[in-house]
Design a protein around this ligand. Structure first.
Ligand code: PSU
Ligand code: MN
Length: 311
């Protein structure tokens, strides 16, 4: 398995020194944001993680290797190459075997992070149960991955392009704890509140680390959602984002958008319909998540009795 992993010099040094590492996904770069803001944001997020005392490991599939930590040129390539494939669990062997350029989703990034021994992963929003899933069966593979892979995912909740209530039900069924930071409510990405509660509120990185440590010590497989609301000043008005989301969903249905194209279509359309304001919110929340993720990685590293699997 190790033959498929390629660590950047920075991440290799962190592994050798025992420095905390935070994984970052690359679909958010290739399919989640437009160029050049995507590459700028990726670099700034990495810098925030370094300032927090951890080392960033942005993950992508390049030249048949699972790259753990990317160079500036590789970030630029992922952000600008029109042919980068969106890689989830089912796509991973194809993209590695063929040497295609692949950007990893939350699901695939969790898999790669676990292979690399990284337990904390920062992103913007996770995938979930789509509205209308009862007939479309569209449920993101991110949720199954959370059910099985032992990585804590720091996000700003899920977008209301999804059915947030059903997403939380699905996570409950699969035993995935949903932890909120700084408030009881589960956030809805662009807005701080979704109208749903998280399972548990744990505000400090030490509390979150103790929870994760205990979960592992009990042998409970699977991930944890750490839901960190967008900073108030960067949040969007609920009514506005709600109306725009409905419109984007109607357009997706009318144009027959299906499968893995659904989420990128909705993200791009919401950005257009908000004249770019949704992008500013998106960037602000990812940066905020990076602060929380770096703190968590540092706290987990220092946690007495961290599991042997970790080293
Ligand atoms: N939600 C966002 N921004 C994103 C994504 C989701 O707000 O960039 C990306 C993530 O990579 C996530 C993926 O894992 O979309 C989910 O896609 P799908 O719904 O096709 O599983
Ligand atoms: Mn889907």
């Amino acid at each position: 398995m190790q033959q498929y992993l390629l660590f950047s010099p920075e991440v290799a040094a962190a592994r050798a020194a025992g420095t905390p590492i935070v994984a970052l996904e690359s679909t958010i770069i290739s399919h989640g944001m437009p160029y050049p803001q995507n590459v700028e944001t990726a670099r700034e997020v990495e810098q925030i993680i370094r300032q927090g005392g951890a080392v960033p490991a942005t993950i992508a599939i390049i030249g048949g290797k699972i790259c753990i930590g990317l160079s500036d040129e590789q970030l630029e390539l992922l952000g600008s190459a029109p042919h980068a494939l969106k890689v989830s669990r089912r796509d991973l062997p194809f993209v590695v075997a063929t040497g295609a350029l692949g950007a990893t989703t939350v699901a695939a990034t969790m898999i790669c992070a676990a292979l690399a021994g990284i337990g904390v992963f920062v992103t913007g929003g996770i995938g979930g149960v789509h509205r209308g899933a009862a007939t479309s069966f569209d449920i993101s593979a991110d949720l199954q991955e959370l059910a099985r892979t032992d990585v804590a995912v720091v996000c700003a909740g899920v977008k209301s392009i999804l059915d947030i209530g059903l997403t939380l039900e699905y996570l409950e069924t699969h035993g995935v704890p949903v932890i909120s930071v700084g408030q009881a409510g589960f956030p809805a990405f662009f807005t701080r509140e979704s109208g749903f509660q998280a399972d548990f509120q744990l505000d400090s990185a030490e509390q979150q680390a103790a929870f994760i440590h205990t979960k592992r010590a009990l042998g409970l497989q699977g991930g944890v959602v750490i839901a960190n609301p967008v900073p108030a000043l960067a949040a969007m008005p609920f009514e506005e984002i709600d109306a725009i989301t409905s419109r984007a969903l109607d357009e997706a249905a009318a144009s027959g958008i299906k499968g893995k194209a659904v989420t990128p279509f909705l993200l791009a359309r919401i950005k257009e319909l908000t004249e770019g304001r949704s992008l500013a919110t998106n960037i602000a929340l990812v940066k905020h998540n990076a602060v929380v993720g770096a703190r968590l990685a540092v706290a987990l590293q220092g946690h007495a009795g961290a599991l042997p699997r970790w080293s």
